[in-house]
Design a protein around this ligand. Structure first.
Ligand code: G4F
Length: 338
């Protein structure tokens, strides 16, 4: 394992949202780099922790270089206590309700979890006696009703969902705390990023899982909403590396993290069915109730700045992503059946 140290002492990171897709990949990346990693988890079911189970059950890792703490983003006292205890050099704030469609149904709790929780954490960081590098998981959804494509770090925020509004608030707060209090805050403006660890409530994983089920004879139909929406889809493992790199740069800034390639949901459907060699026409059906009241316009990122300043570039392509996801679901379902 490569040792990462500051003045000879071990680096410590704290991750909110550690049980999620990005949190679990980031946790693995930081442990490999020799960090001590603390994660905050909600007091909920074990299911959510499956992505970390391999680390939690490793006695040489869990309790030695990897620690989990119960905490809730609405509870400032607990957050403050965990930060006091862990004394992180770096905080990666990834937690919060992340489903855009759902944010139209639960706008208040979405804003509370995303906007106010980020502000709460920034306030706690401001009070700490030691400097903390703070990563905020911003998103392309802040651009929503875009007027220009591709978007850059200079593109104005015009969110088109409650989720996007909350993220725009949190991103601006990060900028204010960086300028006003000299805090080391980076907003990673990430475009859609997927993997076999993506939740099944997001469209790519819904597709890969159902295509695998269809291939194995466990289902016959894939039901989707609007398949004409276009996104800039990358791989989550590439994107967590960008998060880490941002916090290692001498000066904090905001960066777009994207592939610069646009694909429709339909492109992903076709790519996924191609992996199993089945005709999508026989299996795809539509349900208008899944459609959202508003869809963002052309979300496409220009990641020129992060490549120029930090040297980050995506390694995996859209086709590699679709293939990996479908193959992982085929293997997982086959395991479950045996
Ligand atoms: O997979 P999605 O739910 O992702 P969305 O809304 O783009 O949001 C994701 O990416 C954002 C940008 O990085 C993040 F901020 C956010 O947290 C999240 O990670 O939907 C993608 C597209 C949409 O146009 C949606 O309307 O797929 C369309 N879609 C069509 N049928 C569907 C479905 N989406 C879902 N979730 N489920 C469907 O059945």
């Amino acid at each position: 394992m490569a040792e990462t140290t500051v003045n000879g002492s071990e680096r410590v990171a704290l991750i909110t949202g550690v049980t999620g897709q990005d949190g679990s990949y980031l946790c693995e990346l930081l442990l490999k780099k020799g960090y001590k990693v603390h994660g905050i988890v909600r007091r909920t079911s074990n299911v959510q922790r499956l992505r970390l189970e391999h680390l939690r059950t490793m006695p040489e890792v869990y309790g030695k270089s990897f620690f989990l703490h119960y905490g809730d983003l609405s509870d400032a006292t607990t957050l403050r206590r965990i930060i006091h205890l862990a004394r992180p050099d770096e905080i990666y704030h990834l937690a919060g309700q992340s489903h855009v469609g759902l944010s139209f149904e639960i706008p208040e709790s979405t804003c509370e979890e995303i906007a106010m929780a980020t502000l709460r954490l920034l306030e706690i960081c401001r009070d700490q006696p030691h400097p903390i590098h703070f990563y905020h998981a911003s998103t392309s959804e802040i651009f929503g009703f875009v007027k220009e494509s591709p978007q850059t770090e200079e593109t104005p925020f015009r969110p088109s969902s409650p989720y996007g509004c909350a993220k725009a608030f949190a991103t601006d707060m990060g900028r204010v705390y960086r300028a006003g209090y000299n805090l080391f805050v980076c907003n990673g403006i990430l475009y859609n990023h997927e993997s076999p660890r993506r939740g099944e409530n997001f469209v790519t994983r819904k597709i890969s899982r159902q295509v695998a089920r269809i291939k194995l004879g466990m289902a016959d139909k894939l039901t989707l909403g609007n398949v004409h929406g276009r996104r800039d889809w990358g791989h989550a493992q590439d994107y967590v590396e960008a998060m880490w790199l941002m916090l290692q740069h001498p000066t904090p800034d905001d960066y777009i993290v994207a592939t610069g390639k646009s694909h429709s949901v339909m492109d992903f459907v076709e790519a996924a069915f191609a992996v199993v060699g089945l005709p999508w026409e026989k299996h795809l059906e539509f349900d208008r109730s899944i459609e959202r009241p508003i869809e963002p316009a052309r979300l496409l990122g220009d990641a020129g700045k992060i490549e120029r300043v930090i040297g980050w570039k995506p390694k995996r392509t859209f086709e590699m992503l679709a293939t990996e996801m479908v193959e992982a679901d085929l293997a997982d379902l086959a395991d479950l059946r045996s």
